[in-house]
Design a protein around this ligand. Structure first.
Ligand SMILES: Nc1ncnc2c1ncn2[C@@H]1O[C@H](COP(=O)(O)OP(=O)(O)OP(=O)(O)O)[C@@H](O)[C@H]1O
Length: 302
C-alpha cells in the first residue's frame, strides 16, 4: 500500500512535484504517465525513501518515509530510471550481495537468488559479468534486485525503456505476475503499455496530478464525446439523425460519411441502424470511433 498526501518537492524555485495525492493498494498495478520533466522520477524517489519531500506525507506499507525510512526500504523494491548496477560484478555475485544487504544469508539467500534468476529469465546469463550483459538483461538484473527481499510494493521507473519487443512482453508478463499480490507503480512513456498492464493510470503534468482513473474510463472521461461514423447509400435526412437520443451534433465528413458526435459512454449505433430501417436508407457502414489514449494524454498534459 502506498499513500501519498499533498506531496510537494521543490528544487530552488521550481515545484517539481506540486501538491499531489493518491493511494495505491495491494494487487494494483498503477501506471504513472507524464511528459519529460513532469515529476514522475522525483515522486518515485520520494516514495522509495531516496529523496525527502519538501512538504506532504508519503507512507509505504504504513510507514512514513521520513520517520521510518529503513522500514520503508524493507517493504519497497525500486528499479531506478538509469538502473545503476556494479558492472564488474557477476550476476549471481551482485544479487547475493543485494540479498545480503537485505539480511538474507546462507541457503536461504542462495535459494532466493536462484528463484529470481529463473523468474526474470536470467538463467543463461547468470554466470556473466553485468558489464557484459545487453540492456534488456541488465534491466532484468535490476528487476531481480528490486524483488529480492520480496517487497510489498514495487516501484519501477521506466522498466521497459530500451528493451526489444520480445523483452518488453516478457518484462510486462513479470510485472503482471508480481502485481497479483503486491502494489506496483511504474512509469512509462509507452501508452499502450498502460492499457496492457494497468488497472489504473495516474497522469502528472508540470508536477500536478491531472488524472487518476481506471484506464478504461480515461478515454471516455477526457474525450467528452464519442464519434460514430455512418455511411449511407445516397443522401439521408441528417436532421432525423440529430434527433436521436444522445446525439449532440451531426456533420458530414469530406468523403460524404455522416459523423454523429454523441455523449460520452453512449452507443447510438443500434438507434441509427433502426432509424435507417424505418426510413428505408441503405446503411453501408457504421463505426464507433474512440479518442485514442494518445489524444487524451495530449489534451490532459498540454
Ligand atoms: N536534483 C535536481 N535539481 C534540480 N532540478 C531537478 C532535480 N531533479 C529533477 N529536477 C527537475 O524536476 C523536474 C521533474 O523531474 P523528474 O525527473 O521527476 O521528471 P520525470 O517526469 O521523471 O521526467 P522524465 O520522463 O524525463 O524522466 C524537472 O524539471 C527536472 O529538471
Amino acid at each position: 500500500m502506498v499513500e501519498i498526501e499533498h506531496l510537494t518537492k521543490t528544487y530552488g524555485t521550481q515545484n517539481a512535484v506540486d501538491n499531489i495525492s493518491f493511494t495505491a493498494g495491494k494487487g494494483e498495478i498503477v501506471g504513472f504517465l507524464g511528459p519529460n520533466g513532469a515529476g514522475k522520477s522525483t515522486t518515485m524517489k520520494i516514495a522509495t525513501g531516496y529523496l525527502p519531500p519538501t512538504a506532504g506525507t508519503v507512507r509505504v506499507a504504513g510507514y512514513d518515509v521520513l520517520v521510518d525510512s529503513l522500514e520503508v526500504r524493507r517493504h519497497v523494491g525500486y528499479l531506478p530510471e538509469h538502473n545503476p548496477l556494479y558492472l564488474d560484478m557477476y550476476v549471481h555475485e551482485y544479487l547475493e550481495f543485494i540479498g545480503s544487504v537485505h539480511g538474507l544469508r546462507g541457503s536461504g539467500l542462495r535459494a532466493r537468488v536462484a528463484e529470481l534468476v529463473r523468474r526474470v529469465g536470467l538463467s543463461r546469463e547468470q554466470n556473466k559479468q553485468i558489464g557484459a550483459l545487453s540492456k534488456g538483461y541488465r534491466q532484468r538484473v535490476g528487476l531481480a534486485q528490486a524483488l529480492i527481499h520480496d517487497p510489498d510494493v514495487l516501484i519501477l521507473d521506466e522498466p521497459t525503456t530500451g528493451l526489444d519487443p520480445n523483452q518488453i512482453l516478457e518484462i510486462r508478463q513479470l510485472i503482471r505476475e508480481v502485481g497479483e499480490d503486491k502494489t506496483v507503480i511504474f512509469s512509462t512513456h509507452i501508452l499502450p503499455e498502460v492499457t496492457a498492464l494497468c488497472s489504473r493510470v495516474l497522469i502528472i503534468s508540470r508536477g500536478k496530478l491531472v488524472a487518476d482513473s481506471p484506464v478504461a474510463e480515461l478515454a471516455a472521461r477526457a474525450a467528452g464525446e464519442t464519434v460514430v461514423r455512418a455511411e449511407f447509400e445516397g443522401l439521408v435526412d441528417t436532421a432525423k439523425l440529430a434527433k436521436l437520443p444522445n446525439v449532440r451534433h451531426v456533420e458530414l465528413a469530406p468523403d460524404g460519411a455522416v459523423l454523429l458526435r454523441t455523449a460520452p459512454g453512449t452507443d447510438v449505433r443500434a438507434a441509427v441502424s433502426r432509424l435507417a430501417g424505418q426510413e428505408g436508407w441503405i446503411l453501408l457502414g457504421l463505426r464507433q470511433e474512440q479518442q485514442s489514449l494518445e489524444e487524451v494524454f495530449g489534451e490532459l498534459t498540454k
